[in-house]
Every structure is written in structure tokens, then in C-alpha cells.
Design a protein around this ligand. Sequence first.
Ligand code: FAD
Length: 263
Amino acid sequence: MRDVCIVGGGVAGLAASIFTARAGLDTLVIDGGESILARNASLENYPGFPDGVDARRYLQLSRDQARNAGAEFELGRVTRAVPVDGAIPSESREAGETGDETDLEQGFVLETEGGDPVETRRIIAASWSDSEYLVPLDVGRMQRGSKHFVDVDRGGRTAVDGVYAAGRIADEPHQTIVAAGHGAKVGLAVIHDSDANLYHDWVVPEGYFTGRDRDVPPGCEEIDESERRERDEQARETMLEAFAEPLDERPTMHPSVDVDDED
Ligand SMILES: Cc1cc2nc3c(=O)[nH]c(=O)nc-3n(C[C@H](O)[C@H](O)[C@H](O)COP(=O)(O)OP(=O)(O)OC[C@H]3O[C@@H](n4cnc5c(N)ncnc54)[C@H](O)[C@@H]3O)c2cc1C
């Protein structure tokens, strides 16, 4: 049983996974395709990249960061989510009960196309634009045109305990930085709702807390100057290597546009 399973390894899902994995939650990301950001030609409004960045590079680096944090990945489209002990009776939910028959504390089962079912205590749906697999859970979806959005509170919590939604699917603005920020925020809500002990996910200079006779709060880390330099060196090396050569991949074109690959 995973602590948290994130459906969708795009912008919001990756950001959420970095936070939940760093907080020590056993985190699995299941991705069934490619982020819609792979269609972008040059990502120029994400803070930290003054002249923009190749969007596929950004996604690749975010995946590396999630892996470094301890998140695991599985490929496959999620097709159905149900409680471990069976379907939620909708009459009980309408009456505001989860009922003895359905104990959501026992978690959920995610069925995937071609893969083994995955059991998880919590689900983050970060799967723009598919939320069909949540229908059996009756989380509360809103339809606008051909798209469905999941109804959530400020922390990304849906009407069903243990099920969250992040990014565009939660009706956040269609921008990368917003989806990433929302993913992080929903990750923090999951951490808050689980047993993980977290104050802030911060790395601070040695003495920042202890120099004031305070304990280092859970989730924070004090590092000395030589450790800081070592980490900075590693970080620069990683980025220099990542940006040394342009990526071969081209943006994915909208499926309805005819493209001549010889161009
Ligand atoms: C052409 C184009 C250009 C853009 N350019 C910019 C830009 O310049 N700047 C900007 O800020 N934003 C841009 N965006 C918007 C940005 O890409 C999105 O807002 C952002 O990617 C939303 O993040 P998300 O995590 O919600 O969705 P996504 O990043 O799309 O991630 C969703 C993930 O869920 C997976 N998934 C879906 N269904 C399932 C399922 N059933 N099971 C498992 N996995 C599933 C998908 O494979 C995908 O990896 C652009 C978008 C497009 C289409």
C-alpha cells in the first residue's frame, strides 16, 4: 500500500511528488502519456529562466528532481479508482455518511491499462484532461464544453476523503507555473492530512535555528558552509550537463494538425 499515488506525471503531478516524497511519504507517480506542455515551442514565462527554456527539458529535469526526492514512476493509463473495500454507495454519500460498509481509511485501488492494480492510501489526480477513472468515487466533477474539472477546496481536497486534484484538472489557470504551484500546494495538503511531520520543507544555513537555541523543525535541514558549497557544485554540474546540448525532440503538434515530418 502506497502512502500516495499521483495520477499524471505532468507539471502538477511532478511538483506534488517532489513535496510528498521529500516529506518521506511513499510516493508513486503513474503516467499514461505525455504532459500537454510537450506541445509548447518555448517556455518563456516560468520564473528562473530569463530567456525561456525548452519545455521538454523542463519536464525532464522535474522528473529527475522527483526521482532524486524518492518518488517512483510507473507508466500506464489509470482506468478506474475504487475504495479498497468496494464502491461507495451514493445514497450514503448524499446523506453525508461514508458508512460502515466503506472505510476510506483503508485506501483505494487504482486499476491501470495493462498493469497490476495499485493500492494507495491517498490519490492525487493530476491527470489533465482525464478524470473518468474517478467516476466510481463520485468526487464531484463539473463539465464545461467537452472538458471535465474536479471540484476541490483550497488544499485540493475533493468531496471524498483521501482524494485530491491538482493542476489544470482542478480548474487552475492553464499556465505551467500555476500548475506547478498548485501541485506543490496539494502535496502539502496531503502531507498535512497524513502522519508525516512537517513544519516547512526548507534547507537553511547552520545555526539558523540552533543558533537561537531552537530545535531544527521537522522537514527543515541545517547545513554548514562546506555542505552548502558541495550541494551548489553538484547542482551547477547537473544544470551544465543538462543544458550542454539542445534536445533533439520537437514539440508535439496538436493532433488535428497535419504535419509533414520531412520539413
Ligand atoms: C501548445 C501549448 C503551449 C503551452 N505553452 C505554455 C507556455 O508557454 N507557458 C505556460 O505557462 N503554459 C503553457 N501551456 C500550458 C501548460 O502546458 C499547462 O497549463 C500545464 O501543463 C498543466 O499542467 P497539468 O499538470 O495540469 O497537466 P499536464 O502537464 O498535461 O499533465 C497531465 C499528465 O497526466 C497524464 N494523464 C492523463 N490522464 C491520465 C490517466 N488516466 N492515467 C495516467 N496519467 C494520465 C498525462 O499523460 C500528463 O502527463 C501550454 C499548453 C499548450 C497545449
